[in-house]
Structure formats: C-alpha cells, structure tokens
Design a protein around this ligand. Structure first.
Ligand code: BGC
Length: 440
C-alpha cells in the first residue's frame, strides 16, 4: 500500500467560516428577513428563525468544539442591521456582543477573521434601493464603528463576501433579494457600487488600524465551454467567467471596471487588497443557446454530485482557482470551501481531494496561508433554506442539538497534524485511496 504525508507549511491556518444571518438567529431587520417572509422565495418556505442560535450565546459551545478540533481560526460576519438598526441609531449592546465573540475566539487560541458584508443589508438601506445607489459613505461609517469596537482583537478583515454572487443572484438569477431577473444593467450598477463600497471600507480600516490585513472573499467558479471546439461556447464561457470571476479582483487590483464593451476607472479602488480571499465550491460547463442570454449550464456527467445536486465534486477546479488567484500576486487565503452532505457520505472525499489539490498548489510556492472550511455547524442556506447541510456538526433546528459528523474528526486530524496523510485517507475516505495513492 502506498504511503505518503502531505505536509503544509509551518503556521498554516486551519479554520471554518460562517456568516451572521446564517448562524445567529433572530435577524429580523434585514433584506433576507423580508425575503423569507415573501411567498415562494425560500425552498419549502423555510425560515432562518433561530438558526444556530449564536445570538442567544450558543457560539460559545460551537467555538469550544472548533478549538477542541484543532482549528486555529474562525471567519464570521457582522450583521450591519444589528449595529445600525436605523440610520440614526447605533446599538452598542450588539457591538459588545460581537466583541465578546471575537474575544471568545482569542481566548480559545483562535484568530478571528471578520467579514463586514455577507449578503445582508439593513432594511433601511434595502428599502432605499440598496447597492443600486452609491452607499459607500454609509458603509464606511458602519465599518468605522465596527473596526473601532473590535480592533483590539481583530486585524484580518473581509470587506465584502462574494460581491459577484450578490449582484448575479439578486439582479440576474433572481434567487437573492431583491429577486430581480435578467436586469443586467442594474447588476452592473450594483457591481460598480460594491467596488466603491469595498474601496471605501479598505481605506477606512487602514486609517484606523495600521497593521490591518484587508481583502475580499471572491467566489471563483470554473466556467468552461461544454464544447471546446465550438467558438460560441468558448466565447460565452470566456465572457461569463470574465464578468463573474475577474471583475472584482481586477477592480481591486487596478481600479478598472471592465464591462462588455466598455470600461470605467475608480482610482481609489486600485491596490485595495492585502490578501486574496478565494471561495471555491465547484465548476460548470456552458453551452451556447440562441434563446438564453447566459447559455445552458451543466456539470460534468462523470462528477459526483452533492445531496441536492448543487455542487459537483471537482477538486481540479480548486487547483485552477488557486492558480487563478496566484496571478494577483498577493497572499492567498481560502476563505470558503465545502460541500452540502447531510449524511456525510461524500464530504470526507471532497475534503481529502480538495486539500490534496491545495497541497499541490502550496508546493509550487504559491503563497497560500490558510483554509477555512464552510462550515462549522449546519446553517441557513439562503434561498435553499435548511435543505443543504454544510456543517462539520449537524444541527437539529428543533432542539438546537449538535451531532458530530465523521468529517469533523477527519478535519481535526488534518488541523492538528498540519497535514493530510494516506493513513487518514484510508480511514476516512477509503474509496478514493487507490486514485490518490496509486501503487506505481
Ligand atoms: C456563501 C455562503 C454559503 C455557501 C454555500 C457561499 O457562496 O458565501 O454564505 O453558505 O456559499 O452555499
């Protein structure tokens, strides 16, 4: 039997990631709450409800679990609508609650990474049109308040999580608030304002905290032509990938916003990342179709699919994502990677194969500094409600009971040894052993 150990560099960071609305519960003052109340927006009419009850204090037990499982970091987000419930009111108690959470991480030996915007907007912002307007001043004021309150414990900040997903889902696919479909021009407007918001937050943070490390979490999704020989497929895949994958990183690196056929420059957006956050889940294939602007999307028929078919297990796409990220010449942090898998039959394979690809990338000396698995405990999956389970721990939303999935132990071994070994793969993901560790 072939044996090997894939070691990671010293001080490599192993953590998990989460987001306020998905975990806290009782968030009733933002765009997602409004969306959840409307008919037909969330699968089965699910509600975020109490979620994992972090606002009620259950973050303590979950952070205990993470620390015991060898994790050295956690990425969480701050809910803007809690801090600033109305334009003229600041909630100091809410800020203090977050201060306790990030201090709680430090006390457990974990480094907090804080996201300022993870898909949710306060109702008062949403009702005025949200990011259709230039709200960078408001976002900077909120940022200033948060950074001022947490700076004793936090130096790593993500300004905006997946601005590409926010704009595409809200204005093109219609699955996120405000639920608009095929409004390409509006999505471009929103993208422009998100760049403005990011740049404003970047400069605000650095004004307050000199040693801050600021970045964005970019979702990279491999978008490949279904028929490599067909220029229409190749062209469309290139166009979509350019808009979805490259738009925000390019803007934050050069200040240039590149839309199909025109470009625009926001000077103060140039050079506004100290690290490069990558979220990777899957990759897809695009087929040109005369009646569909975005073409037809599909997964490789040979790839293993997650519970609801949402994610195809494509570890090579993760390698591509890291290669793509490396072109920006910044320290790279994998700010999310994971899979929905309620009974944990696929997750151990997904984890082993993705971490193996990351190890390959590390061996080219690409500066990958850490990995945050999505997620620590099952949480509210946006328009998919509770139908998708990403947690290392299973959550019973009726009783709030947690139950450890086998992957939690697997990931703990990886975190504690700072490596992935053939012996671990033999125990947790035996099915892929021959493929990962071939004999000859
Ligand atoms: C988002 C998370 C979400 C995950 C899985 C990412 O796009 O940042 O909030 O839970 O995907 O769907």
């Amino acid at each position: 039997m072939a044996e090997a150990t894939f070691n990671f560099p010293r001080n490599f960071v192993w953590g998990t990631a989460s987001a306020a609305h998905q975990n806290e519960g009782n968030n009733t003052n933002n765009n997602w709450y409004a969306f959840e109340q409307a008919d037909g927006r969330i699968q089965h009419g699910h509600k975020s409800g109490l979620a994992a009850d972090w606002w009620g204090g259950r973050w303590r037990e979950d952070f205990d679990r993470a620390a015991e499982a060898g994790q050295t970091a956690h990425r969480l987000s701050i809910e803007w609508s809690r801090i600033q419930p109305t334009p003229d009111r600041w909630n100091e108690d809410a800020l203090d609650n977050y201060r306790q959470m990030v201090r709680g991480l430090r006390e457990r030996g974990m480094t907090p990474m804080v996201t300022l915007h993870h898909f949710t907007d306060p109702l008062w912002i949403y009702e005025r049109g949200g990011w259709m307007n230039d709200i960078s001043d408001q976002f900077a004021t909120f940022t200033e308040k948060v950074v001022g309150a947490l700076k004793e414990y936090v130096t790593q900040w993500v300004t905006i999580n997946e601005p590409n997903v926010y704009a595409a889902q809200g204005y093109v696919m219609g699955e996120f608030p405000p639920g608009r479909k095929n409004e390409l021009l509006n999505s471009f407007k929103v993208m422009t304002n998100l760049v403005r918001g990011h740049a404003a937050a970047y400069h605000t943070i650095h004004r307050i905290q000199q040693n801050a490390q600021v970045g964005m979490a970019h979702q990279y999704r491999g978008i490949l032509p279904a028929r490599k020989w067909l220029p229409l497929d190749v062209g469309l895949a290139g166009l979509l990938s350019g808009l979805f994958n490259d738009f925000f990183p390019r803007a934050a690196s050069t200040g240039v916003l590149k839309f199909p056929g025109w470009r625009y420059k926001i000077h103060h957006a140039k050079g506004t990342q100290d690290f490069f956050g990558v979220n990777y889940y899957t990759r897809e294939y695009i087929r040109f179709h005369p009646f569909s602007l975005l073409g037809k999307r599909s997964y490789d028929p040979n790839a293993e699919l997650s519970d609801t078919g949402f994610i195809a297990n494509e570890p090579l796409g993760f390698y591509d994502a890291l290669k793509w990220a490396n072109a920006y010449r910044l320290p790279i942090i994998v700010t999310e990677n994971g899979v929905e898998d309620a009974d944990d039959h696929m997750r151990p394979r997904y984890l082993a194969q993705h971490i193996h690809q990351m190890w390959r990338a590390v061996n080219f000396n690409w500066p990958i500094k850490g990995y945050y698995y999505w997620s620590l405990v099952d949480n509210f999956e946006w328009d998919r409600g509770w139908t998708q389970r990403y947690g290392l721990w299973e959550l019973d939303i009726e009783t709030q009971a947690r139950r450890k999935r086998p992957s939690a132990d697997f990931y703990a071994e990886i975190c504690k040894t700072n490596s992935l070994s053939s012996e671990m793969v033999a125990r947790y993901a035996p099915k892929i052993f021959p493929q990962m560790f071939p004999n000859e």
